[in-house]
Ligand binder design. Structure first.
Ligand SMILES: *[C@@H]1O[C@H](CO)[C@@H](O)[C@H](O)[C@H]1NC(C)=O
Ligand SMILES: *[C@@H]1O[C@H](CO)[C@@H](O)[C@H](O)[C@H]1NC(C)=O
Ligand SMILES: *[C@@H]1O[C@H](CO)[C@@H](O)[C@H](O)[C@H]1NC(C)=O
Ligand SMILES: *[C@@H]1O[C@H](CO)[C@@H](O)[C@H](O)[C@H]1NC(C)=O
Ligand SMILES: *[C@@H]1O[C@H](CO)[C@@H](O)[C@H](O)[C@H]1NC(C)=O
Ligand SMILES: *[C@@H]1O[C@H](CO)[C@@H](O)[C@H](O)[C@H]1NC(C)=O
Ligand SMILES: *[C@@H]1O[C@H](CO)[C@@H](O)[C@H](O)[C@H]1NC(C)=O
Length: 294
């Protein structure tokens, strides 16, 4: 027994690494990451240890002779993918941005020690939107992507520009602006390229241009209508005023034969009061006075 322990100790601290590989693993946030060590035959396996490359991070180990699993500072999201004596692959599910980093799998076997290095990258697909504002600018936005998404336009434009915002969690929002000065352009396409997704979004510029045109026509029509009504009121009022003046001179001689019509004529109901508030009461007053005098 003591002999066996000694052999084990020698094997465990064997300074040579027989295999050293470096693997890059890229996983979308929320999905499952599986990091696989090279398989060692069950009989040969002595100890397997998974370490994340930071001093306070999770250490997960399996010792075959005692069939013992040790978890040190590991969240429940980090476990063995299979039974560790058959395949000591590491499983992280669901992956989040904090899991990104370097992982080492150390295997001690009767054949020697194996070290495998893994570099885990967590990618996050951006949320993509394509909108436009009233100043003939199409806005394509790829929100909170990791790595940043690439945005391009079809047709390619000289009038596009880009902005970038870095978030504390390592994601990046990119916004691209496409100015379409050429009104004959029927549509514009925004192309978003990202390791987790590709997306194309179309914007119909004819509809957008027509909308703008309708808004402009509507506004112009509104202005014309208001101007027209105002001018009409001014002229009618003036005509009416002249009419009243003419009528006033006439009423001086023979109004009171028709007193009711005199009063009625001076109060046309279809005119706004405002225009008449200066003229009308006086006229009425004069008229009625004349009637009383008789
Ligand atoms: C476990 O993690 C916490 C913080 O994540 C750290 O403060 C602590 O030292 C770690 N423990 C070990 C044994 O590494
Ligand atoms: C992982 O290791 C590589 C070198 O192998 C290093 O450049 C990188 O910064 C490490 N990443 C982390 C998160 O420690
Ligand atoms: C982990 O860190 C140690 C030093 O802290 C370094 O020697 C080793 O190369 C790193 N491993 C990886 C995979 O980056
Ligand atoms: C961009 O503008 C340059 C001159 O300013 C012109 O030569 C080029 O053809 C334009 N490219 C596109 C795609 O419009
Ligand atoms: C990263 O941060 C941004 C801005 O705070 C947020 O919108 C986004 O949801 C975050 N992404 C993840 C995966 O936490
Ligand atoms: C506008 O686009 C049409 C094709 O859609 C092209 O023939 C014309 O030269 C363009 N005009 C300008 C000013 O870019
Ligand atoms: C996105 O498109 C590129 C080519 O444009 C392709 O190489 C890549 O595999 C695509 N990615 C996805 C996630 O569909």
């Amino acid at each position: 027994m003591a002999q066996k322990q000694a052999v084990l100790a020698v094997l465990l601290f064997l300074p040579i690494n027989l295999v050293e590989t470096h693997n890059r693993v890229s996983v979308e946030a929320g999905h499952e990451a599986v990091l696989s060590c090279p398989k060692i035959s069950k009989v040969d396996l002595l100890l397997v240890t998974w370490k994340m490359n930071c001093s306070t991070c999770c250490v997960l180990s399996y010792r075959r002779d005692k069939n013992e699993i040790n978890r040190n500072n590991c969240s429940e999201r980090i476990t063995w993918k299979y039974s560790p004596d058959s395949d000591p692959a590491l499983r992280i599910y669901p992956v989040n941005l904090q899991d990104e980093g370097n992982y080492t799998c150390q295997i001690a076997s009767v054949e020697g020690n194996f070290d495998c290095f893994f570099s885990l990258t967590v990618i996050v697909p951006p949320t993509v939107t394509l909108t436009h504002d009233t100043s003939r600018v199409a806005v394509c936005q790829a929100t909170a992507g990791k790595p940043p998404a690439d945005i391009s336009w079809i047709p390619a434009s000289n009038h596009s520009s880009e902005e970038e915002f870095h978030h504390p969690n390592g994601t990046v929002t990119r916004v691209s602006y496409f100015g379409w000065t050429n009104s004959s352009l029927p549509s514009v396409t925004c192309l978003v390229t990202h390791p987790a997704m590709n997306q194309t979004l179309d914007l119909d510029l004819r509809y957008t241009s027509q909308m703008l045109l309708y808004i402009l026509i509507g506004a112009a029509a509104g202005v014309i209508a208001v101007t027209g009504v105002t001018l009409c009121l001014i002229f009618r009022c003036r005509a009416c005023w002249l009419d009243k003046r003419a009528r006033r001179s006439v009423t001086q001689t023979n109004t009171c034969k028709f007193p009711s019509s005199c009063v009625r004529r001076l109060q046309p109901p279809e005119f706004p009061e405002r225009i008449y508030e200066n003229d009308s009461p006086r006229s009425v007053y004069i008229c009625l006075q004349q009637c009383k005098q008789k």
